[in-house]
Design a protein around this ligand. Structure first.
Ligand SMILES: Cc1cc2nc3c(=O)[nH]c(=O)nc-3n(C[C@H](O)[C@H](O)[C@H](O)COP(=O)(O)OP(=O)(O)OC[C@H]3O[C@@H](n4cnc5c(N)ncnc54)[C@H](O)[C@@H]3O)c2cc1C
Length: 314
């Protein structure tokens, strides 16, 4: 444990974080959809940009390293856990009000901890389209913006106007707009900039609420049919390689269903590694290495992880 962690816990309490939002030795398996990962020295949950700033100021004053997470749906945390502070952005207590509206679209500024699914339902109830395709992605808006999350032809990059962030080095405000957002396939300028995304302004076109609802239901059914949603995972393990599909290549190597320890290439969708119940991060990493080796030997393609790997080995 980082020496200053007990002092940071006290400082965060004094700064107004309730004890329910602070946890020492927080098992990261409880904060990731993979249900894998050793303990974080200290985990703090922030529900507004001002709480994010308070937590970062406190960590900075005691030189405690900070790791950011949203819903942990794209993460593999190693078995030794994470040293220092894990700052987790969570659903805000109050929904955000529209910034401006015109006949064609609505600008909505939302806290980065807002869940994508919750935002999609809210937008649907107001007859705003654009988020239906993303409604089944189990992440936060901030994590989604950093990863440029996308599905079924939709990508957050198509909806994002502005990203507000704080620099992790000096806590100065940063604004990303237009080309500076640097969106690419499952990446963005924010991923490399050493920032925490605090809020995101979305431009949502007006649509028909019944049609949006029907589209959300149709896509949820498609996900249930194709993806192993009954087992913990972090979604697609590898990025789509140029000119191919990771899942198809993995399948053609005969790896569907292959397991190491508690980790398994999903029987239902070979692009997902799933946790059969007692997987360790070491099991997942060994399985990923095996998949990469076999795919490389057969297709000459080195699959690149889509999931982010954090923390220390056991
Ligand atoms: C069943 C399942 C299905 C999925 N389907 C899809 C899909 O269809 N399309 C898709 O794109 N993804 C999919 N994913 C992956 C995942 O949901 C997305 O990548 C999501 O956007 C991650 O958001 P998160 O809040 O969980 O981020 P996390 O996993 O918590 O973090 C992801 C990365 O973003 C960083 N980060 C998080 N929040 C912030 C912030 N506020 N500021 C700066 N950095 C931050 C973290 O440090 C980390 O590097 C799926 C995952 C699962 C489990």
């Amino acid at each position: 444990m980082t020496d200053a962690v007990p002092a940071l816990y006290d400082l965060l309490l004094k700064s107004g974080f309730p004890p329910s939002r602070l946890k020492r030795n927080a098992p990261m398996r409880a904060y990731t959809t993979f249900h894998i990962g050793g303990p974080a020295d200290l985990l703090c949950e922030a529900a507004s940009p001002s709480q994010v700033r308070l937590a970062l100021e406190a960590a900075r004053s005691l030189s405690v390293p900070v790791t950011l997470i949203g819903n942990g749906s794209n993460l593999l945390v190693r078995d030794g856990g994470i040293r220092g502070l894990v700052l987790r952005l969570i659903q805000p207590d109050q929904p955000d009000a529209p910034l401006s509206e015109d006949a064609g679209s609505v600008l909505l500024s939302c806290f980065a901890g807002s869940s994508l699914a919750g935002l999609a339902s809210y937008a649907c109830s107001r007859g705003l389209s654009g988020l239906a395709e993303l409604s089944g992605i189990p992440g936060t808006l901030g994590g989604g913006a950093v990863m440029n999350a996308g599905a079924y032809g939709g990508e957050l990059s198509q909806l994002i106007r502005t990203v507000h962030a704080l620099s992790l080095s000096d806590l100065s405000p940063r604004t990303f707009e237009g080309d500076a957002l640097g969106f690419g396939y499952r990446t963005s300028a924010m991923a490399e900039a050493g920032v925490v995304v605090t809020s995101v302004t979305l431009s949502l076109p007006r649509g028909d609420a019944d049609e949006i609802r029907a589209r959300m239901r149709e896509l949820a059914a498609a996900r249930r049919e194709k993806q192993p949603l009954d087992l913990p995972s972090a979604g697609s393990t590898f990025k789509r390689p140029a000119g191919g599909f990771a899942a198809k290549m993995i399948d053609e190597c005969g790896l569907r269903g292959t397991g190491i320890g508690g980790a398994q290439v999903s029987e239902k969708h070979a692009g997902f590694v799933v946790n059969r119940g007692d997987a360790t991060a070491a099991d997942v990493l060994r399985l990923m290495a095996l998949v990469q080796e076999r795919v490389s030997a057969r297709f000459g393609v080195m699959l690149e992880p889509e999931i982010r790997i954090l923390g220390d080995d056991a």
